[in-house]
Design a protein around this ligand. Structure first.
Ligand code: ADP
Ligand code: MG
Ligand code: MG
Length: 207
């Protein structure tokens, strides 16, 4: 059995809660190599997502994902808002009018999300951005042959490793790139938030 619209909404609410819990951690990560706003940007965006979900019931998984996209684009400033907005918008388009998401749909949605982030931000693996978490997540989900929950779990594990892999890197995109060599030795905040989001979605889907 796949993830219904209600399951998707539950998972998105869980992701919002995790973003809220990790707000200060994301602020600290961005303090080290950016402008210290990533945690607050994400908290504000996902708080707005929860308000929207309280006000309207999306009819399909795609509409739920689109609600997240438009809300993040309109409420989150900085680099991450438009990038995550594009990711959720492309994911929404990828699942079209499916009533339930299986593992294959999750894999396609993640692939579309990554393609959107890359089209918008032009980052490659190794540039020390969220792309370093999302790229291995897409590969892991594509290799997983199980349910939506299994695909998300594989993606979350790979994203966590991908985020850790950013620590030694010198940033080549985003604000952290202004620091040059001094950006090395710090975990990229956006790769951390990507790993957190995928873990939250995976944990919710497993229930
Ligand atoms: P800002 O840098 O504008 O303050 P945030 O702090 O909210 O925005 O987000 C920073 C994160 O955005 C970075 O940690 C990085 O992961 C991600 N990021 C920045 N630029 C790019 C890009 N061109 N492509 C992909 N991700 C990017
Ligand atoms: Mg910032
Ligand atoms: Mg900023």
């Amino acid at each position: 059995m796949g993830c219904t619209t209600a399951d998707v909404v539950t998972a998105l609410r869980a992701a919002a809660a995790v973003v809220q819990e990790h707000r200060d951690e994301l602020v600290r990560l961005d303090q080290a190599i950016g402008d210290a706003d990533h945690g607050e940007n994400m908290r504000r965006g996902f708080a707005a997502v929860v308000s929207k979900l309280d006000a309207e019931e999306p009819e399909t998984p795609a509409k739920a994902l689109k609600l997240v996209a438009t809300t993040l684009i309109s409420t989150v400033g900085g680099a991450a808002g438009p990038l995550y907005g594009t990711a959720f918008l492309r994911a929404s388009t990828a699942v079209a009018d499916l009533a339930e998401l299986d593992g294959d749909a999750v894999a396609r949605a993640l692939r579309a999300a990554l393609d959107g982030v890359v089209a918008r931000g032009k980052a490659e693996v190794g540039d020390k951005t969220m792309v370093d978490a999302l790229t291995p997540a897409v590969a892991a989900a594509a290799s997983s042959t199980g349910s939506a929950a299994e695909a998300l779990a594989a993606a979350a594990d790979a994203a966590a490793e991908g985020a850790e892999s950013t620590i030694p890197l010198v940033a080549r995109k985003g604000r952290a790139s202004y620091l040059g060599e001094r950006s090395a030795g710090h975990l990229d905040p956006g790769s951390r938030s990507t790993a957190l989001l995928l873990r939250a979605l995976a944990d919710a889907a497993a229930k």
